[in-house]
Ligand binder design. Structure first.
Ligand code: ZN
Length: 94
């Protein structure tokens, strides 16, 4: 079953009580040029995330660890990230 993802602004993200940032696995090249590189807090694999996380001190986990840890998590994404990803694909021509 597909997961619902709520799009929120930065204030909505701060108000959400978010504790975990689900990050993509590290790729070469990075999925977006300005992604930041980190390490999954649970399995220590290399991960990447957008530089503009609106909530400080989020625990950064890879996708596999999010599902293993959070069970049935609620997902949010900021409008900033949606806009950045949309612009990337428009520029790339996909
Ligand atoms: Zn992990």
């Amino acid at each position: 079953m597909a997961k619902k993802v709520e799009i929120v602004d930065d204030e909505g993200a701060r108000a959400s009580g978010a504790q975990i940032s689900m990050c993509r696995e590290l790729t070469n090249p990075l999925l977006l040029d300005d992604n930041l590189i980190a390490v999954c807090a649970q399995c220590f694999k290399g991960i990447q995330h957008r530089p503009n996380l609106p909530v400080a001190n989020l625990i950064k986990l890879c996708e596999a660890c999010v599902y293993a840890t959070a069970g049935d998590p609620k997902f949010i994404v900021t409008k900033t990230t949606v806009d950045e990803v949309r612009d990337y694909f428009i520029k790339k021509g996909d």
